[in-house]
Design a protein around this ligand. Structure first.
Ligand SMILES: Cc1cc2nc3c(=O)[nH]c(=O)nc-3n(C[C@H](O)[C@H](O)[C@H](O)COP(=O)(O)OP(=O)(O)OC[C@H]3O[C@@H](n4cnc5c(N)ncnc54)[C@H](O)[C@@H]3O)c2cc1C
Length: 410
């Protein structure tokens, strides 16, 4: 079969691009090296798939910390409203939740995967389960893809191989190799939306598994007063440090941890001012006057946090509550309002939700996703050096870049 286009990667961007191409009459094949398409898509949003954000294109750009301008045309051409119409048009009803996050009403990411794969099959996309090994280049233009099982020739090749995070889903970073094969620059590959390793990891390990549902987490760069990030939400203690939604979101605001130092401060009682918290502690203490300090925090804190806070407060655990001084109490309040951790690094990129870095965007036409270095070659989705905060923005990047590429090629 003669093909107009070979798409490498049957993930969010690749499948979407192939559907759009085939719907416009192009003969497209998707090469996927896992035994099914959309393995990463199926685990997005904790299995619920936060498929986009119900906002305008400009708001998406404001949620892209690196290279937002590159996304301008793609988002003008295909905005979140278009993503929502697309999936609803495929028979997947959607709902909008807190912060504009859009999910399928079924809360099942598999419904999104199934809809995309079915749309691809219905439109006549050929899905080939094989591993792309190398681009075939002739006279400075791409001419196809060499796979483990054979060669696929086409005048257009789209690299939609994703990044390097969660490699078990298939995104093993092969796209960077294809980019380098054609002279493209690949910027440093690191993690974003990633758990954090703390200097106080032993303390975190003691609280391992503890999830705080209603705390405020603020991220600071050393030497700066204003937090880089501060939000109310949920976080988790782990054996190496900190994880959970707030921590992942905060990590996207960090630079290179080898060059800059960061701390996070956790406000365990964000609904109370220091004064209100002090009054609350006084009330608790009055009921426990003869208890030891370490046994007086049961109403205030989850059990796993008590030894940590006792130690950090500097008050002896066996001190009688009625002997605790006002200044000791105020130190306790300070600990509860700003439980501080020093961040040593992020966890490895394998454990990140998103890869930071990728194919340098100045070498890609932002209106078409075409390579400026090799005719017929395109890059879409996470393989590009663009990444966003949480909220459905990363999948929107995949769909918008895929759309630009398909519209241009067709
Ligand atoms: C746990 C988790 C949760 C997430 N949740 C969300 C969320 O709720 N909302 C959101 O917006 N984003 C979320 N993301 C990010 C989102 O999944 C990615 O941004 C998106 O999948 C990127 O799409 P892509 O098509 O570029 O890459 P991928 O979806 O990774 O697809 C790449 C495909 O290429 C294939 N491939 C790679 N190399 C080859 C090769 N050599 N030959 C053949 N095939 C190859 C892979 O097997 C894969 O199927 C989440 C990510 C993770 C890890």
């Amino acid at each position: 079969m003669s093909l107009d286009c070979v798409v490498i990667g049957g993930g969010a961007a690749g499948l979407f691009c192939a559907v759009k191409l085939a719907q416009r009459g192009k003969k497209a094949a998707v090469i996927e090296h896992m035994d099914s398409c959309g393995r990463k898509l199926a685990i997005t949003g904790k299995g619920r798939c936060n498929v986009t954000n119900n906002c305008d294109a400009l708001t998406v750009m404001n949620n892209i910390p690196r290279n937002p301008k590159f996304m301008f045309s793609a988002l003008q051409g295909f905005a979140p409203a278009d993503t929502m119409s697309f999936f609803e048009g495929l028979g997947v009803p959607l709902k909008t939740e807190r912060g504009g996050r859009v999910f399928p009403c079924s809360d099942s990411a598999r419904d999104i995967v199934r809809a995309l794969v079915k749309a691809a099959e219905d439109a006549g996309v050929k899905i080939v389960y094989d591993r792309a090994e190398k681009l075939i280049i002739r006279s400075g233009a791409v001419n196809g893809v060499k796979c483990t099982g054979g060669e696929y020739h086409a005048p257009n090749v789209v690299v939609a191989t994703g990044g390097r995070s969660y490699p078990k889903t298939g995104s093993t970073g092969d796209g960077y190799r294809f980019a380098q094969q054609t002279g493209h620059t690949v910027t440093a590959i690191t993690a974003s939306l990633c758990p954090m390793v703390t200097r106080e990891h032993e303390e975190c390990a003691d609280a391992m598994g503890l999830s705080l549902k209603n705390c405020t987490l603020s991220l600071y760069e050393q030497g700066k007063k204003k937090p880089l990030f501060s939000e109310l939400g949920e976080m988790l203690f782990t054996h190496f440090g900190l994880s959970g939604p707030l921590v992942l979101s905060a990590s996207a605001h960090m630079g290179d941890t080898n060059k800059k130092r960061y701390t996070v401060k956790i406000d365990l009682k964000p609904a109370l001012s220091e004064k209100q918290l002090d009054e609350r502690i006084l009330r608790d203490f009055s009921g426990f006057e003869n208890r030891e300090f370490q046994n007086s925090l049961v109403k205030l804190l989850p059990a796993k946090l008590i030894p940590i806070i006792v130690k950090r407060s500097g008050i002896a655990g066996d001190k009688r509550v009625n002997q605790i001084t006002k200044s000791e109490r105020l130190e306790l309040v300070r600990c509860l309002k700003a439980l501080e951790y020093n961040i040593l690094s992020l966890r490895p990129v394998d454990e990140a939700i998103i890869t930071r870095g990728g194919v340098r965007v100045s070498e890609i036409d932002p209106g078409t996703m075409a390579s400026k270095l090799c005719r017929g070659l395109y890059f879409i989705g996470e393989v590009l050096d663009v990444d966003a905060y949480t909220g459905g923005f990363n999948l929107q990047i995949a769909f918008s870049t895929a759309n630009s590429c398909a519209v241009h090629m067709a």
